[in-house]
Design a protein around this ligand. Sequence first.
Ligand SMILES: *Cc1c(COP(=O)(O)O)cnc(C)c1O
Length: 231
Amino acid sequence: MIKDNLDHVYQVINTACDHAGRCREDVSLIAVSKTKPVSMLMEAYDHGCRAFGENKVQELVDKYEAMPKDIKWHMIGHLQRNKVKYIVDKAALIHSVDSLKLADEISREAVKKQVEVSVLIEVNIAGEDTKFGVAAKDTEQLVRDAASLPGIRIEGLMTIAPLCMNPEENRQYFAKLKQLSVDINQKNIDNVNMNVLSMGMTGDYMVAIEEGATYVRVGTGIFGERQYPVK
Ligand SMILES: *Cc1c(COP(=O)(O)O)cnc(C)c1O
């Protein structure tokens, strides 16, 4: 099942790249495996997946320990400062930096562990009350401030678009994030590049790719619906 789902997702990515006249190599898939057992992740691994996304620190660390070392782990969830120390040397990319305080903590731990940590700035592009992320208008300032910290490298922007019935509704937000990254890139800020645009999930990744996504984060489309334990 996972194999078939992955084949389908790869096909959609190919089609979207064709539509948009983009190179297939410029778009990477992150298999979002939160809540799913290692056995399912290994199925995806055996079918070629080497990038997985998790939104909880403990789960990322557990799976990191249990799985092959050629996997790149992406931290895509809201990150608490007191947990930064557990993942700075395990996450290939932290997608969810949305405050200078968090960037500062990542920098501190990076220096301590003598690693360089790649991060994205999470932008609340639709201005939703319920979402984490820095406001679009404050993004450049956060990029500037975070870029001056040691041990941290800013690689681009990430957003979680609104839940929608029709993916076309999110096209405007993907286009806005792309434009924001272009604008910031033109400022030529030291220690900053805007090569990465992490946007698009199961419901809308085709549209996100057409608007410039370089990473799409697909969970349900690969692993099926998530079941959360009743609290
Ligand atoms: C869960 C999650 C995804 C994947 O969502 P699906 O709709 O299952 O593809 C992508 N990005 C983030 C930040 C997530 O938390």
